[in-house]
Ligand binder design. Structure first.
Ligand code: CU
Length: 136
């Protein structure tokens, strides 16, 4: 919010894009204010033998429900989740989506969330469903 105010002031006074860019880069952003991914099920990079029924992400901050979503993609980039991504009614730091029975393979969890402080965080991580019996 402070950054936006500073930029508006600079634009009104000078209209100098370069100065604005320097200010944006130079203004310290409070670390930890964004919604960082704290924990997930499955975990980042995990190989699970039992296909998960859902993917759940837990963030450090509350999320805006209308602008926070998660998808699960298979190895070809096809979305395989049940397209019911949403925040937990009990805890708006928890975002989850349901899955059909997944075959063995590599998957990517891709999320884009807006924390209540107004910052968008976008990232992805992999997990693998191992072939039944192969990991034993
Ligand atoms: Cu933030």
């Amino acid at each position: 919010m402070a950054i936006v105010v500073i930029i508006n002031v600079v634009i009104r006074r000078r209209s100098t894009l370069g100065l604005v860019l320097i200010l944006v880069v130079g203004v310290p952003v409070p670390v930890g204010a964004h919604a960082a991914l704290v924990k997930s099920t499955p975990a980042r990079g995990a190989t699970v033998v039992q296909p998960p029924q859902r993917v759940e992400l837990i963030f450090s901050e509350r999320l805006e429900p209308a602008y926070s979503t998660v998808a699960v993609l298979d190895g070809t980039g096809q979305q395989v989740d049940l397209r019911d991504a949403g925040l937990s009614p009990a805890d708006s730091r928890r975002l989850s989506v349901s899955l059909p029975p997944l075959p063995a393979g590599a998957y990517t969890v891709r999320f884009r969330v807006l924390s209540v402080d107004g910052h968008v965080v976008e990232s992805d991580f992999p997990f693998t469903v191992g072939a039944r019996g192969a990991a034993r």
